[in-house]
Design a protein around this ligand. Structure first.
Ligand code: NDP
Ligand code: MG
Length: 385
C-alpha cells in the first residue's frame, strides 16, 4: 500500500489521479488532499477518500459538519508546505499549476518523500535545483507530463545506454494550420478548444501558443540531463506517439497510447509496475495514418524562446516562466491579444537581469522580477488590445 498526498486534487490531473487511486484502492491510500479555493469539490473528495489532512489556501465560509470532523484541516497561503511536512505519505503528487509548486517540490524531497511531478513550471524555473535535490534524496523524479512519462518509459530498457536524442511530440494545438495573422487575434474560446486533450485553462492556452512545448523542452533538459541541441520537437497531430528516444545505433523507441492522462499518472504512481487504467486501448487497424511535421517557429515564436532561455542559462528560464504566467493570465482577462503572449514573454526576457547558478531564493527573486516587469509593460500600454 503506497500512501499518496495530492497537491491540486480538484484540478484536471488531480481528479484523474483520484480516479485511478479509487480503481486501485487496494494499492493506494490517499492521505492528503490540497486545493486552492474549490471547497465544494474538495468536500466531496474528503467524503470519498477519507484523507488524514485536507487543505485549502482560501478558507471557506462554511464546512459541512461531517466533512469538518472527518480529518485535520489546514488553511492559508502556506498550506502546500504545511501539508507536505505534516502528511504521512510516501509519495507526493504535485499537480498544482504554476511556479507556486516549486517550494513544495523542494520541501517534499527534503522530507524524503518521493515526488510525482505533473506541475512542470517548478522544473522550468528551478530545474537544476530540483534535480539536484532529487539526487540527494535518492529518489527518481517520476514524470507525469505525458511526453516525459513516454521518454521515462522508453528509457526503462536502456540498460545503461545513454540516449542520443529526445524527440518530444506535440499535437500542434488548435491553431496548427492557422495563418500567423489569424493566430495573432484568436479568441479565448478558440484558444481553449484543444483538439486532443481536456486540461486546465493555463496549460490549454500554453498548448495553443506552443509555449507548453517550450516549457516541456526545458523540463526534458533537466529531467533527462540532456543538452538543448539534442531535444527536438515534432508535430504529430494524432497524439498517438507521446514521445521518442533515439539511441547511438539509430534505434528509436517510442511510447504509444490513446490520449488519456490516466496512463502517465498511474505509471508514476505504480512504477515500475503497470496497472490497468480502465481507459480505451489503441486500435491500430482503425487508425488512418500517423503524420509528422516540423514546428513553425514563425507562427509559434514561444517555442524558440525555450532554446534561447536554455542558451542563456541561470534564471532565464524562471524569467520566461514568470512572464508567461502573467501573459496567459492577461490574455484570459482580455488584457492582451493571443499573439502578444509570446511578445510579452520575449520583451520581459530581454529586460530582466539573469542570475547565474542561482540559489532557490534567487530563482524566486527572478520569478518576482519577471512578473513585476511583465505587469509594468502591461500597465505602460505597450500591449494594449
Ligand atoms: P488545473 O487548473 O486543472 O488544476 C490546478 C489544481 O491546483 C487545482 O486543484 C487548484 O485548486 C490547485 N491549485 C492552484 N493553485 C494552488 C495553490 N496556490 N495552492 C494549492 N492548490 C492550488 O491544472 P491541471 O491539472 O491542468 O495542471 C496541473 C499541472 O500539471 C500544471 O502545471 C500543468 O502544466 C501540468 N500538466 C497538466 C496536464 C493535463 O492534462 N491537465 C498534462 C501535463 C501536465 P482549485 O480547484 O481550488 O483552483
Ligand atoms: Mg505534455
Amino acid at each position: 500500500m503506497r500512501r499518496i498526498a495530492i497537491l491540486g486534487s480538484t484540478g484536471s490531473i488531480g481528479t484523474q489521479a483520484l480516479d485511478v487511486a479509487a480503481r486501485h484502492s487496494d494499492r493506494f491510500q490517499v492521505t492528503a488532499l490540497v486545493a486552492h479555493s474549490s471547497g465544494e469539490k474538495l468536500f466531496e473528495q474528503v467524503r470519498a477518500f477519507h484523507p488524514q489532512i485536507a487543505a485549502l489556501t482560501v478558507e471557506p465560509e462554511n464546512i459541512p459538519e461531517d466533512v469538518k470532523n472527518a480529518c485535520q484541516w489546514m488553511f492559508g497561503e502556506n498550506v502546500l508546505l504545511d501539508v507536505v511536512r505534516a502528511c504521512e505519505a510516501d509519495d507526493v503528487l504535485v499537480s498544482v499549476v504554476g511556479v507556486v509548486g516549486l517550494a513544495a517540490v523542494m520541501e517534499a524531497l527534503a522530507c524524503g518523500k518521493r515526488v510525482l511531478l505533473a506541475n512542470k513550471e517548478p522544473l522550468v524555473a528551478g530545474g537544476e535545483l530540483v534535480t539536484e535535490a532529487a539526487r540527494r534524496a535518492g529518489h527518481p523524479l517520476l514524470p507525469v507530463d505525458s511526453e516525459h512519462s513516454a521518454i521515462f518509459q522508453c528509457l526503462q530498457g536502456a540498460g545503461g545506454n545513454r540516449p542520443e536524442r529526445l524527440i518530444l511530440t506535440a499535437s500542434g494545438g488548435p491553431f496548427r494550420t492557422w495563418k500567423k495573422e489569424d493566430i495573432a487575434c484568436a479568441t479565448k474560446e478558440q484558444a481553449l478548444r484543444h483538439p486532443n486533450w481536456s486540461m486546465g485553462r493555463k496549460i490549454t492556452i500554453d498548448s495553443a501558443s506552443m509555449m507548453n512545448k517550450a516549457l516541456e523542452v526545458i523540463e526534458a533538459r533537466w529531467l533527462f540531463d540532456m543538452p538543448a541541441e539534442r531535444i527536438d520537437v515534432l508535430i504529430h497531430p494524432q497524439s498517438v506517439i507521446h514521445s521518442m528516444v533515439e539511441y547511438a545505433d539509430g534505434a528509436v523507441m517510442a511510447q504509444l497510447g490513446t490520449p488519456d492522462m490516466r496512463l502517465p499518472i498511474l505509471y508514476a504512481m505504480s512504477w515500475p509496475e503497470r496497472l490497468p487504467t480502465g481507459g480505451k486501448r489503441l486500435d491500430f487497424a482503425a487508425m488512418n495514418a500517423l503524420t509528422f511535421e516540423q514546428p513553425d517557429l514563425e507562427r509559434f515564436p514561444g517555442l524558440g524562446l525555450a532554446y534561447r532561455a536554455l542558451e542563456a542559462g541561470g534564471t532565464m528560464s524562471a524569467i520566461l516562466n514568470g512572464a508567461n504566467e502573467v501573459a496567459v493570465d492577461a490574455f484570459l482577462h482580455d488584457r492582451i491579444r493571443f499573439g502578444q503572449i509570446a511578445e510579452l514573454v520575449e520583451e520581459t526576457m530581454l529586460s530582466v537581469p539573469v542570475t547565474a547558478s542561482p540559489t532557490l531564493e534567487q530563482v524566486f527573486e527572478s520569478d518576482r522580477a519577471a512578473r513585476a516587469r511583465a505587469q509594468a509593460l502591461l500597465r505602460a500600454g505597450r500591449f494594449a488590445r
